[in-house]
Design a protein around this ligand. Structure first.
Ligand code: J2J
Length: 540
């Protein structure tokens, strides 16, 4: 008997009907692409991970083995899973397995620590945990013990054979238990929001909507079975999953090559060795790659396309990409909540280098609005609002936040400030959300401010972005605290709370008071401006 499926905010019937009628929503589970490849080309390589090659046949057999064992152990529809794995083949195999078995996962980033993981667990109350013993949070069983509904924890690098993920993935001896994906109109998995609030929000993505964004991304980015795609950024990130991402590559039957990090020293040899032709990067990684490529003259001759997105990309840097890497640049402006924009092959140079492209779908409805909610004229910056066939309709279990970021017509306000160019592309020019974009990694100011306020000597805290030539932005915490409070104590305090390292402020600044707006809120604009000014020379 089916348990209750994961609840989510649906598209209204008239829109859902339109998306189906127009062939966007196909009614297929998200795992169908890789399954079709396993049927037709089982020997083709799906994943290269270190010295391991995983064929489509292996990928499917291992995913089936795990799905069958989980089904036999009583897992299925209505269950959720918390998954945290590094950039390794198992990440994708586990994801396929959970899709097959109709278990809804949330894939945490490898950089996430106790605080983020506990927040996810609290929100989805997982019955299944899949993690890695080599991660600082999962060296022991404490985390699992703290999850109230947890029925099973499996680990990579486990010593105990009963909890060993590798054993659960082994096709040898897998039972013949029945399993099936959740219906295509239902939640397939949770994506992570970059966030601007105190707790990280979860984004339910359905099979139908995610599959559509991947299918169209493949077409727009020219992904085929010959594609050799480098995943050097965190694999669970929406960009690396779906724009066109590893799932796009699996759908087309190409090869995903995994790297632990986007460092040129790691990635350049992989590009040469595996003849990689497509790579998605964030602007801060492009800056490192440009420097290293000029210095070391590596063999990057196989590269055909570099996707760049996730954070503001300076036009001057964008213009260097084709010359230095000998490949095409494709800019992408996307979000885990849905909407994805790409520059297209054949676009004029101005569009490719100085815009972030246009939406995937003719049914992506975009509004660019001024403060009073009126649409602005072309070329004028305004707030981006969007509704469409793969943009979500509400964060999971978050009615208050949903009331703030959706309007009555179901348009989602992403917090980005954009303008429309003459050619109909979008240019991202700023944001109104209280977030720091640190080289593509998003930090919700409120989340860190709340953690800082837990320190007994902190009276007020404000986290703001400061410009940085490499990262685009770094974070600075402005603190009003008791005398004698210093940065190392606050850094230690945050580490003890167990947060991802990229969220630890790069800089601490101590102040007598925080500037206020006329309505009495912290004036972050004033703080940002003050911090961006060069520090006055010390008086001797
Ligand atoms: C400026 N800001 C950008 C860009 C995202 C593809 C690519 C990226 C993401 C992603 C993604 C930007 N220029 N080119 O999910 O599928 C900022 C915006 C946006 C936020 C979303 C994908 N591309 N951004 O970055 O959910 O502020 O997704 O709202 O992590 O990143 O962040 P995230």
């Amino acid at each position: 008997m089916d348990r209750k499926l994961v609840a989510f905010e649906r598209w209204p019937a008239h829109l859902a009907d339109r998306y189906r009628a127009r062939g966007y929503w196909l009614g297929k589970p998200l795992c169908h692409g890789a399954e079709a490849q396993a049927r037709h080309r089982p020997g083709a390589t799906a994943i290269l991970c270190g010295d391991r090659a995983v064929s489509y046949g292996d990928l499917d057999a291992q995913a089936r083995a795990l799905a069958a064992r989980l089904a036999q152990a009583g897992f299925g529809h209505g269950d959720t899973a918390l998954v945290q794995l590094p950039n390794v083949a198992e990440f994708y195999i586990v994801f396929q397995a959970l899709l097959k078995a109709g278990i809804v996962p949330i894939n945490a980033l490898w950089s996430h620590r106790q605080s983020e993981l506990a927040s996810y667990a609290e929100q989805i109350r997982p019955r299944l945990l899949i993690a890695d013993r080599s991660h600082p949070v999962f060296g022991g069983n404490g985390f699992a013990a703290g999850c109230d509904r947890l029925a099973l924890a499996l680990y990579r690098n486990a010593e105990d054979p009963r909890r060993d993920l590798a054993a659960w993935l082994d096709p040898a001896g897998a039972p013949a238990a029945e399993f099936r994906p959740t219906p295509a109109g239902q939640v397939a998995f949770f994506q992570l929001s970059g966030g601007s609030t105190g707790t990280p929000k979860l984004i339910p993505r359905t099979h139908d909507d995610y599959d559509y964004s991947i299918r169209e991304s493949n077409r727009i980015c020219g992904v085929t079975e010959a594609t050799r795609f480098l995943v050097a950024l965190p694999a669970p990130h929406n960009y690396l999953m779906s724009s066109p991402g590893a799932l796009g590559v699996f759908q087309a039957g190409g090869t995903v090559v995994l790297a632990a990090a986007p460092d040129p020293q790691i990635c350049f040899p992989l590009i040469a060795r595996h003849r990689i032709d497509m790579v998605p990067l964030v602007p801060s990684a492009v800056a490192l790659w440009l420097e290293a490529a000029r210095r070391d003259a590596p063999d990057l001759s196989s590269l055909e396309r570099m996707l760049v997105g996730g954070a503001a990309f300076a036009e001057a840097t964008a213009r260097q990409v084709p010359g230095v890497f000998g490949c095409a640049l494709q800019q992408v402006f996307g979000m885990a909540e849905g909407l994805v924009n790409y520059t297209r092959d054949g676009d004029d140079a101005e569009t490719v280098f100085a815009s972030q492209g246009r939406p995937i779908s003719p049914d992506d409805e975009i509004r660019i609005l001024d403060e009073s909610g009126r649409e602005v004229p072309e070329g004028t910056p305004g707030m981006l609002a969007v509704r469409g066939p793969y943009t979500f309709r509400g964060y999971y279990n978050a009615p208050e936040q949903n009331a703030r970021v959706f309007d009555r017509e179901g348009f989602y306000y992403s917090g980005d400030v954009v303008e429309r160019t003459e050619t109909g592309s979008l240019r991202v020019v700023g944001r109104v959300k209280d977030q720091i974009n640190r080289g593509g990694e998003k930090i919700a100011a409120e989340e860190i401010e709340n953690l800082l306020l837990r320190h007994p000597q902190v009276r007020q805290a404000a986290l703001v972005a400061v410009p940085d030539p490499m990262m685009g932005e770094r974070s600075c915490a402005v603190i009003v605290g008791e005398d004698g409070l210093r940065a190392p104590a606050l850094r230690r305090h945050l580490m003890e709370q167990g947060i991802a390292e990229y969220k630890i402020p790069d800089r601490f600044q101590f102040a007598e008071a925080l500037p206020l707006t006329p309505v009495g809120k912290t004036d972050k604009k004033a703080l940002r401006e003050a911090l961006a000014r060069p520090a006055p020379a010390p008086v001797s």
